[in-house]
Design a protein around this ligand. Structure first.
Ligand code: KG4
Ligand code: ZN
Length: 383
């Protein structure tokens, strides 16, 4: 007879096989994110509908969205700023120092004991190998000590499902525009774990385009938010920067040429470039945003889907949000964004993605032990 939540998890036979069994069991999932320059930890729970102890061990009545019990984050942005970008070795060392205090802080916030954690989830990839190894090692160590299963999560799936952390949750199916620092992708999302890549960047991602052009304008790393602030006082039509692949007929993106065009314009302006900062920023942002909006509308058209979900750091961009809201209203399409704090990297999206995968029965729990990380890992790849 199953007497604890963990025994229920064990009953799933978390060997190498796909999970099957009581996936709607109340459970708490710890998530650890350490793929790049943010250390994030969070705890989510599927809770019993009754507070009666005997009831709390019974399967849940219906699928739920897990509740966020606590989260903590440390950003390394200030540390990397002097170098103009992320220094991988410094990132790994900082994750090592930060991650355990963050776990403690999450447990305190959630008023939860370590022993109450049922599954330890971590970002398995993609990202910086050394940085990923820190989160993966802690997750494996914790799980081993607690005799709990682990679950490696795809970082982009965390972003993709992050709008479910908001009050206004999307419904499946939807088109997802994933715009993180290293990835720009349009995905057709049927349900948890069922994703089809409709198009992606063939060179620089939109986030890289923001960061690299911001650097050319003398702005600090990471440049996206700074460029967007500078653009507020500028004219988006001041410079006619290219809209790469806008008419390519497919849903791929290419932003490397834009960076070259901005650099050429800055050199042409010479010393007066400084006075044109806001116009340069506004025109660059307009080019990136127009391509993202137009291709998102094409993806909706192509799939016939009626919902667009935007996720990843560039999803915090105010102009992108404004232009997408306009276009979606015109097309009669529902638009979902994660809250600003969930756009950039965080532990909540990793805990949430792990819990949602378990409930949807598309995840394989593993025994802690030998493990790897996947610095390069396409979201649509078979694990
Ligand atoms: O998703 P994320 O936190 O990290 C990755 O998984 O890569 O995204 C970081 C990216 C950076 O390129 C950053 O410049 C960009 O998101 N970003 C922005 C804004 N806030 C963050 N880009 C444009 N406008 C913003 N407000
Ligand atoms: Zn990310």
């Amino acid at each position: 007879m199953v007497t604890t939540r963990f025994e229920a998890l064990k009953a799933w036979d978390f060997g190498m096989a796909e999970c099957s069994g009581p996936t709607l069991m109340p459970m708490q999932v710890l998530g650890i994110e350490s793929s790049c320059d943010e250390t994030g930890v969070a705890l989510v729970a599927y809770e019993a509908t009754s507070s009666d102890f005997s009831e709390s061990r019974k399967p849940l009545q219906s699928p739920q969205i897990p509740r966020l019990l606590g989260h903590a984050l440390h950003s390394q942005v200030a540390m990397h700023r002097d170098y103009g970008g992320v220094v991988p070795e410094l990132a790994s060392r900082d994750h090592i120092q930060r991650v355990i205090p963050l776990v403690r802080s999450v447990l305190d916030q959630s008023k939860t004991k370590l022993e109450s954690i049922d599954v330890v989830a971590y970002t398995r990839g993609p990202g910086l190998a050394g940085a990923l190894l820190v989160g993966a090692s802690l997750a494996q160590g914790l799980a081993l000590a607690l005799n709990r299963p682990v679950l490696g999560v795809h970082h982009l799936e965390g972003h993709l499902l992050s709008p479910f952390l908001s009050e206004q949750r999307p419904q499946f199916p939807f088109v997802a525009l994933l715009v993180s620092g290293g990835h720009t992708q349009l995905m057709a999302v049927q349900s948890v774990g069922h994703y089809e890549c409709l198009g992606e960047s063939i060179d620089d991602a939109a986030g890289e385009a923001f960061d690299k052009t911001a650097k050319l304008m003398g702005l600090d790393y990471p440049g996206g938010a700074a460029l967007s602030r500078l653009a507020q006082g500028g004219d988006p039509a001041a410079f006619a920067f290219p809209r790469p692949l806008l008419h390519s007929g497919d849903l791929n993106f290419s932003f490397a040429g834009l960076k070259t065009a901005v650099w050429t314009q800055i050199r042409k302006l010479g010393e007066s470039a400084v006075d044109h900062g806001p116009d340069l920023a506004a025109s660059t942002q307009a080019a990136i945003v127009e391509v993202l909006v137009r291709k998102s509308m094409m993806a909706l058209d192509q799939t016939g889907m009626k919902r667009l979900v935007v996720a990843g750091g560039v999803g915090a961009n105010a102009k992108l949000r404004e232009q997408l809201a306009k276009a979606c209203a015109q097309y009669g399409v529902a638009l979902h964004f994660p809250e600003l704090s969930w756009c950039t990297d965080n532990g909540a999206m990793i805990a949430l993605a792990a819990a949602m995968r378990l409930q949807a029965e598309v995840a394989s729990l593993e025994r802690p032990g030998a493990f790897d990380v996947k610095p390069r890992w396409p979201l649509t790849a078979k694990e």
